[in-house]
Design a protein around this ligand. Structure first.
Ligand code: FES
Length: 158
């Protein structure tokens, strides 16, 4: 998916503000992820050109951060923390509800990418999640189900 002129300009502006231009690469990766839903080979090439870096270096940074994906994601993205604190505080019960088709028949994965991941640094609100880049929690199963069904129904814009 081609990157918009607005995003390209935002990345150029961020690059120009940094004493070391490549310090803005993470901003560039996040911008691409948000707009394109992934950082695929085509997007890596675009960023490499913008930052005057070898594509392998851009890809190396992209692979280091697990919130940057090489696979396409849906317009909404929800990540449930599976870190130790969240595990102790009941994240599996939340996961069971949002992943059980019988328990969550209205969650459409074409609209929401649902995944598990490492500690989000929001342990004091465990079990915690990240919804479209916003930390949420503490979540209980009904909260999580309400959030994701509202997004599926279009009640929350990406
Ligand atoms: S363990 Fe879940 S946010 Fe830290």
């Amino acid at each position: 998916m081609p990157l918009s002129d607005v995003s390209i300009q935002a990345i150029r502006d961020a690059r120009a503000l940094m004493p070391i231009p490549r310090a803005a690469l993470l901003f560039g990766l996040r911008t691409v992820q948000r707009e394109c839903g992934q950082v695929g080979s085509e997007e890596v090439e675009v960023l490499a050109e913008l930052f005057e870096l070898p594509p392998a270096q851009v890809e190396g940074v992209a692979r280091f951060y697990d919130l940057i994906t090489r696979e396409p994601t849906a317009p909404h993205r929800f990540r449930l923390c599976e870190g130790v604190v969240c595990a102790v505080r009941g994240m599996e019960a939340v996961w069971d509800v949002i992943r059980d088709p019988a328990g969550s028949p209205v969650i459409n994965e074409a609209i929401i990418t649902i995944e598990r991941g490492a500690c989000l640094g929001h342990c004091d609100h465990a079990p915690a999640g990240l919804f479209d880049g916003v930390l949420v929690g503490p979540l209980d199963p009904p909260d999580a189900l309400r959030l994701l069904t509202a997004a599926t129904a279009g009640g929350i814009s990406p």
